[in-house]
Design a protein around this ligand. Structure first.
Ligand code: G6P
Ligand code: MG
Length: 219
């Protein structure tokens, strides 16, 4: 089988962390406490449900099941208002360069994200057509660092895990890729993503020769 590339979404293709942050902060403030950018770091790669559990913990707030569900909906509705206004300008630097290069080399591309909003976001920034498979928060039962999301992606691309290369900005995402026996590439702070096989601050630092070196010979 041929090599394949799997991209995380938030923090790798688009910088949506800032919108997640604003929506969680609004909820926290309504519930009477502060939520900082530093605390938001803990939310990267983490499911919406788990984020809310952590948020309520931070605020020392207890919620009934009904309230919990209401907060989940409220946060997502706020987040969707930001997503609605997104366009191509919010694609992170050199992402199209990498996607185009992979396409030119006939390399299969998948999305592997915890987000349930992945498709609308890819549509907004006009990148949906690049992806041969999309695996998102609607398809998985186990969260990163469990390898499930990436294993489903490999399966959909009809390739084996060892032939897959994963781009991730979250520690849990790098661990998920490692747990899947895939090549893990950290996009972001190399100190935080030290478990990755390779590290880059962003795609502008990644050469096409490096990408080529990751592709298997028959590709
Ligand atoms: C990504 C983000 C997380 C977010 C999760 C769920 O993994 O990094 O911060 O909580 O997706 O996103 P959703 O759009 O389903 O609320
Ligand atoms: Mg991410």
């Amino acid at each position: 089988s041929t090599s394949a590339f799997i991209f995380d979404l938030d923090g790798v293709i688009v910088d949506t962390a800032k919108y997640h942050y604003l929506a969680w902060k609004k909820l926290a403030n309504e519930l009477g406490f502060e939520f900082t950018k530093e605390q938001n770091e803990l939310f990267k790669g983490v499911s919406r449900k788990r984020c809310l559990e952590i948020l309520l913990d931070i605020g020392g707030v207890t919620a009934t099941q009904e309230e919990f569900n209401k907060y989940m909906i409220e946060k997502n509705e706020d987040y969707l208002e930001y997503i609605e206004k997104m366009n191509e300008s919010e694609i992170l630097p050199d992402v199209p360069k990498v996607l185009d290069f992979l396409k030119e080399n006939n390399i299969p591309i998948a999305l592997g994200s915890a987000s349930k909003n992945a498709r609308p976001i890819l549509e907004k920034v006009k990148l949906l057509s690049y992806f041969d498979a999309i695996v998102d928060g609607n398809d998985v039962t186990k969260a990163k660092p469990d390898p499930e999301v990436f294993l489903i992606a490999a399966n959909k691309l009809e390739t084996s895990p060892e032939k897959c290369i994963v781009f991730e900005d979250a520690v849990a995402g790098i661990q998920a890729a490692n747990n899947a026996n895939m090549v893990s590439i950290g996009i972001g702070d190399a100190q935080i993503l030290s478990e990755a096989d390779h590290n880059f601050n962003d795609f502008t630092e990644m050469s096409l020769d490096f990408l080529k070196s990751l592709m298997s010979p028959e590709a």
